[in-house]
Design a protein around this ligand. Structure first.
Ligand code: BGC
Length: 758
């Protein structure tokens, strides 16, 4: 009798072996050859990333003696400089003077556009438009590489559920499913299909990991999170970036389970490289290796050794690697092999960029003139901004405004170039941005517009000092607040409609810009109240880098258009929406709380053992005495000038097996008078499972355009992975049982259908 077992075990062995071989990173012969020639000092030199200053400042430490160090082969890359001339000078130092002539990497923070600044990432995520996000990343890559940059410290993929944290502005909001989709789109846009193409650059997913969960929303603070929450809610966007082939990753400032990310072996080696199969190199954040001293982990030599042994390859600015690693090798605390491995990964990145073939590949003095801030890029920036706006309220359908209206354009952000670009736009030039007043005149030349500042962004000189580090963001007027208000009220009296552009200055969010009170500053609140009293229709154009707490303003008879910080084309884009040339289609990607006491608040919260069934307070239930559990504005929320009606939600199968997909169909009708787009959202509830499920969680979306009166059937697919979660053992599984599918225009949709997984 034939015994099939030996054949089967042979096949199993073959596959097993095949898998092991497939996971082994392929070495690059040229890199290996170079490594053979390198001394220990030269290898350590490659791990050193410096910022020479005098260009773009993104931290408080500036590197010294950079030229000498480059010539001595002690620098692997630079950031914070731009322009082909400067890059050429720096590259010459490495190529013409250093022993092995290893080219430098040139990094930069191109967070939302290079010189053509797009809306802040949080705003952009509200477009839910992946094609657009990819296009913007592509443009950013074209512009940045034209200026010599070949490595971008983006995308920032930190899930943020605490709007007190200023860096919520830089990411994609609260949701891991949406965040993952955005990670894929941005990496494709930056890296393209071929890194050696001089118009693509290395992407860098950051900040690994959990940086957005800093306690109390205070920047650089500790993080304490269980693994189940980590794996299900916070890690997926970073993981998606790895799956999308991101070339590098940056560690975060915070600790994870007591070990700062830059020295965390579990994070960098076990999770990122071994579990996820990441093949690129890992860079620390700005001096985050040295900061482990303040964290309490030892002296510079100890923390540098900890970092390199954890799997960190490159040390940003701190120079702990440069100054201590050799000693650690001599003392047997670090092996030369560990340093060779880190160096190998950096050289491989340089090889993939084509820098060994041509170190000047990205340095072309002709490119900036055609590739940077050209008309096409600005046009796309304008469209992107309009698509990022979220209409929060449209009282008496005040919007859109007639193009020949008499308008009082009021507010400290109404004619203000300094605050249009938003945080983390160090390569942009605020003076090239279009303020709202100018945009109104461009789009509605027949409107009669009276402008008045009305109030300062804030009357607090202390706050002004803190946020004016990169330029005058809060300018306190010489005139008194009474005079400013009087002028605004006079303008209001002459008008048919008031448009007040209010909110945060750009540097009121971003890095080291946490706030415990996230309401509109008092000076502007007073202005808004006074404008409401005139009885004229009032539209608030609200700018901010985060969700704000606006319960008072929301209750007033006003309309509110949330525009974040819209970028270089701010004024034109706002005018396009205010005057109806573009019908707003954005939806919130982070929940807006009623007050800071509700934070953290997000759509995928758990049921608890004592859920509330009504909005009324219930004793011995999970609720508050002073406010309902619900947020002021939920995730996924946003209005349009038209209305949409959902009906006929259907699932193609009532029962499926493991590994099968389901198709969900819903009918969408544009029931209003405007053509418009809707973000159709799909949420899933896993009714019973081995760990407590969220009430519902985003698992699909599609942005669709419908003409007024038009009806379409929208198919959405739930793939087998969409039913999976990380269980208590951190295995990615789906469990048999009942699922409920919710479809609608926000996370509060009640329209649902069920199916069973066998
Ligand atoms: C930020 C990073 C940034 C780096 C370099 C740090 O302060 O946290 O996001 O990439 O500076 O500019």
């Amino acid at each position: 009798m034939n015994n099939p077992k030996p054949i089967l075990s042979f096949i199993a062995l073959f596959f097993c072996f095949g898998m092991i071989v497939a996971q082994e990173p392929k070495t690059i012969p040229q890199v290996e050859e170079l490594l053979q020639k390198m001394t220990l000092d030269e290898k350590i030199g490659q791990l050193n990333l410096l910022t020479p200053g005098g260009g773009i400042a993104t931290g408080s430490v500036v590197s010294k003696n950079v030229e000498t160090k480059i010539k001595a082969g002690q620098v692997g890359g630079l950031f914070g400089i731009s322009g082909p001339e400067k890059m050429k000078k720096a590259q010459d130092l490495a190529i013409k003077n250093s022993h092995l002539k290893i080219p430098l990497l040139f990094g930069s923070d191109v967070i939302h556009g290079y010189k053509t600044t797009f809306p802040i990432p949080l705003g952009l995520s509200c477009s839910w438009d992946m094609k657009l996000i990819e296009t913007l990343a592509r443009i950013a890559a074209t512009e940045a590489t034209a200026d010599g940059i070949n490595w971008n410290f983006s995308p920032m993929m930190d899930i943020a559920r605490d709007p007190r944290w200023g860096r919520i502005a830089e990411g994609a909001g609260e949701d891991p499913y949406l965040g993952s989709a955005i990670a894929r789109a941005m990496i494709k846009g930056y890296q393209g299909d071929n890194l050696a193409d001089p118009k693509t650059m290395l992407a860098c997913v950051k900040h690994l990991a959990l940086y957005g969960a800093s306690e109390a929303g205070r920047d650089y603070n500790s993080v304490d999170m269980g693994k189940v929450k980590m794996f299900n809610q916070y890690l997926p966007p970073y993981h998606a970036a790895v799956d999308a082939g991101v070339a590098s990753a940056m560690t975060s400032f915070n600790d994870i389970d007591g070990i700062p990310a830059s020295g965390n072996k579990w994070l960098i080696t076990d999770l990122l490289r071994e579990r996820w199969g990441f093949q690129g190199f890992v860079v620390s954040d700005y001096t985050s290796v040295n900061e482990m001293i303040a964290h309490g982990l030892g002296d510079l030599q100890a923390v540098s050794a900890l970092a390199v042994k954890a799997g960190l390859d490159m040390d940003m600015v701190g120079e702990g690697f440069l100054t201590t690693l050799k000693k650690s090798v001599q003392e047997g605390k670090v092996s030369e092999g560990e340093i060779t491995q880190a160096c190998r990964r950096i050289l491989e990145a340089k090889y993939k960029l084509g820098l060994f073939e041509d170190p000047y590949r990205y340095i072309n003095t002709k490119r900036p003139a055609t590739d940077i801030l050209n008309e096409t890029h600005r046009k796309t920036a304008r469209e992107a901004a309009a698509r990022s706006f979220v209409l929060l309220k449209n009282h008496n359908a005040a919007l859109p405004i007639q193009k020949n209206a008499k308008i009082a354009l009021i507010g400290p952000l109404a004619n203000n170039k300094n605050n249009m670009l938003g945080t983390w736009a160090p390569t942009g030039n605020p003076q090239l941005s279009v303020p709202v007043l100018e945009g109104f005149k461009n789009v509605a030349p027949n409107a009669i517009i009276t402008y008045a500042k009305g109030a300062n962004i804030s009357d607090n000189p202390e706050l002004a000092k803190k946020v004016n580090v990169f330029g005058p963001r809060i300018e306190i007027d010489e005139r008194s607040s009474e005079t400013l208000l009087k002028e605004a009220l006079e303008a209001a009296q002459k008008s048919d409609v008031i448009i007040a552009v209010v909110g945060e200055a750009t540097e009121m969010s971003g890095e080291a810009a946490s706030r415990t009170d996230i309401s509109i500053p008092d000076s502007q609140k007073k202005l808004i109240r006074a404008l409401v009293e005139t009885g004229k229709p009032l539209v608030l154009v609200l700018m901010s880098g985060r969700p704000l707490t606006i319960p008072e303003e929301f209750a007033l008879p006003v309309s509110i258009l949330q525009v974040w910080h819209p970028g270089v084309e701010a004024g034109n884009a706002i005018a396009d929406v205010v005057f109806g040339d573009y019908n707003p289609s954005g939806k919130l990607t982070a929940t807006w709380p009623r007050n800071v006491g509700q934070i953290p608040i997000y759509h995928s919260m758990k049921h608890t053992g004592r859920p509330t069934e009504s909005v009324e307070f219930q004793k011995f239930k999970s609720n508050y005495l002073d406010v309902p559990n619900s947020p002021l504005l939920p995730f996924g929320y946003g209005l349009s000038y038209t209305t949409f009606e959902y009906s006929d939600l259907e699932i193609d199968k009532k029962e499926i097996g493991q590994g099968e997909s389901v198709v969900v169909n819903v009918t969408l009708k544009n029931t209003g008078d405007f053509d418009g787009e809707e973000v159709v959202q799909l949420y899933l509830r896993d009714v019973v499972r081995s760990i407590t499920p969220p009430q519902k969680t985003l698992k699909g979306f599609k942005k669709v355009f419908l003409k007024s009166g038009e009806t379409k059937t929208i198919p959405l697919i739930l793939n087998p992975d969409d039913l999976k979660f990380y269980n208590n053992q951190l295995e990615f599984v789906s469990e048999p049982g009942e699922f409920e599918v919710f479809v609608g225009g926000s996370s509060t949709t009640e329209m649902k259908q069920g199916f069973t997984l066998k």
